[in-house]
Design a protein around this ligand. Structure first.
Ligand SMILES: [Zn+2]
Length: 499
């Protein structure tokens, strides 16, 4: 049996000032052919999970291309998107010169590009056109995917992460490959149905460790014991998707004969979710007051999430709001924070390790939500910025944030980076000599993904109320293209009456 595997992953943040561009898809972010499998081997990624299932069954994989954006951003520039997509499709056309028994696509599901609101659906549809109607196609997705009708039609199966913080990338890849191989072997004929909810929810309060989504997943487990119900995913769409088909979704993959039952199950789960939607509202901590409280505390570290500037959500990572609040507090205890500013990095490298400098930091993305801050301090360390994730979610994956400098201003230690990167892992600090367990305050720019690695040692975790393009105060964001009515913007009793 020959199975092709490809991947194109980006998460679009429609309110970000930074478009997806080649800077997000540099040489480290794209692996072609065999290099795709070599890079994934031994990691906890979806591709690794899929590879291991295939290996156990003695299946030969035909690797196409893996492109993964270094961070979320606004939708991808059209030329960049089409160039990557078309190379992936060209490789698929080459692969299909010999008979192909199935295709697994590792996607995010909330990827957009200029002219392509649903870029995931676009890729899957084009893959379908190449392989024809009978060759099975399964896609794996992030839990924050925006599921569309096109995606459900193009793929035989859609399989999403079941965890947030995301710690089951590997397992999701394995589930996807399992489903695909069963379909390729003719054991099942999967169909995918969804119940789409007119609802946008903040990422800060949509974890799978407790609460509504946790409970929905438990109920889903019981349905998976029913004959012909093959897979169930719950998709609380990432909230910064200003697109015509935006909304949360329940997806059920079933054997063709159980199509009707799959629809019933999806609607039942959606009903429960809708009834409990108010539980997703987030309580935010006022920034200055919380920093004062943390500094006065006997216990440490306080891990304070500036989720409004989370690069994993598509923010530029250059917010000065928490930096300024920390500097103003003139702490007598060590505090760690981080910020993106390539010009300041260059200036500090020029000055050299050990030198005293005054630099302007942050607000370099052109936002008007906050202003640059002038900081005087000592250049403590210069690094190439690469670090390896050690926490569960992305274990083994190397993060590239460009050249990185640690600037110390009093007791505030600032990690200044050329590029934004995902902030799930304490290695962001440890890799440059800063141990988060020893700090009184650690700022992380992440809505919830950081909890998996930080919760075991954090004395206290709070989500700060700070301005930024990824604010969980959704009603303050300039949505213009989502369908209406939509919760929490419009009053609405029944989700099924939505258009
Ligand atoms: Zn996600």
């Amino acid at each position: 049996m020959r199975i092709a595997i490809g991947s194109f992953v980006q998460e679009s943040q429609f309110f970000s000032p930074v478009k997806g561009a080649w800077q997000h898809f540099g040489p480290e972010q794209i692996a072609r052919g065999r290099a795709m499998l070599d890079a994934a081997a031994g990691t906890r990624s979806e591709v690794a999970g899929a590879m291991d299932v295939a290996a156990r069954r003695g299946i030969r994989l035909v690797p196409l291309l893996r492109a993964m954006s270094s961070s979320s951003s606004a939708p991808i520039v059209r030329e960049v998107y089409e160039s990557i997509r078309d190379e992936l499709l060209a490789r698929l056309r080459e692969a299909i010169a010999e008979p192909l028994d199935g295709v697994l696509m590792v996607m995010h599901g909330a990827m957009s590009a200029e002219g392509y609101d649903d870029a995931t659906g676009d890729v899957l549809q084009r893959v379908r056109e190449i392989i024809g109607p009978r060759t099975p196609l399964v896609a794996t997705l992030d839990l924050h995917a925006n599921i569309t009708r096109l995606m459900c039609e193009a793929a035989d199966g859609l399989v999403g992460y079941l965890t947030f913080p995301h710690v089951d990338l590997y397992e999701t890849g394995a589930r996807g490959m399992q489903l695909l191989l069963d379909a390729a072997a003719g054991k099942i004929k999967p169909v995918t149905v969804m119940a789409k909810l007119p609802m946008i929810i903040p990422a800060e309060n949509a974890q799978t460790t407790h609460g509504v989504i946790h409970d929905l997943l438990l109920t889903a487990q019981t349905h998976l014991t029913e004959p012909g119900i093959l897979d169930i995913s719950i998709f609380p769409m990432q909230p910064w998707m200003d697109a015509p088909e935006a909304g949360c979704a329940v997806v059920v993959v079933a054997d063709e004969a159980q199509h009707r039952r799959a629809e019933e199950v999806a609607v039942q789960l959606a009903d429960t979710w809708w009834r409990r939607r108010e539980e997703h509202r987030v309580e935010l901590a006022p920034t200055e007051q919380t920093i004062a409280e943390a500094l006065a505390s006997e216990r440490k570290p306080w891990v304070l999430a500036d989720s409004a500037d989370a690069p994993s959500s598509g923010a530029p990572g250059d917010s000065t709001v928490t930096l300024k609040a920390l500097l103003d507090a003139q702490p007598a205890k060590d505090c760690y924070t981080n910020i993106v500013d390539p010009q300041a990095v260059a200036a500090m490298i020029e000055a050299g390790v050990g030198s005293e400098v005054t630099v302007s930091l942050g607000a370099c993305s052109g936002t008007t939500l906050y202003r640059p801050v002038s900081v005087s301090g000592r250049v403590r360390l210069i690094s190439d910025g690469a670090f390896v994730h050690k926490g569960e979610g992305l274990r083994g994956a190397t993060m590239h944030r460009g050249r990185t400098v640690v600037l110390q201003a009093g007791r505030v230690h600032i990690v200044v980076m050329e590029r934004a990167c995902i902030q799930w892992d304490p290695e962001l600090y440890r890799s440059v000599g800063l141990e988060p367990m020893d700090a009184q305050i650690v700022i992380v720019k992440s809505p919830a993904g950081f909890r998996a690695a930080y919760s075991p040692f954090a004395a206290e975790i709070r989500v700060l109320d700070a301005p930024g393009v990824c604010t969980p105060n959704l009603t303050t964001l300039p949505y213009a293209r989502i369908p209406r009515p939509m919760w929490p913007f419009d009053p609405m009793d029944d989700w099924r009456t939505a258009p």
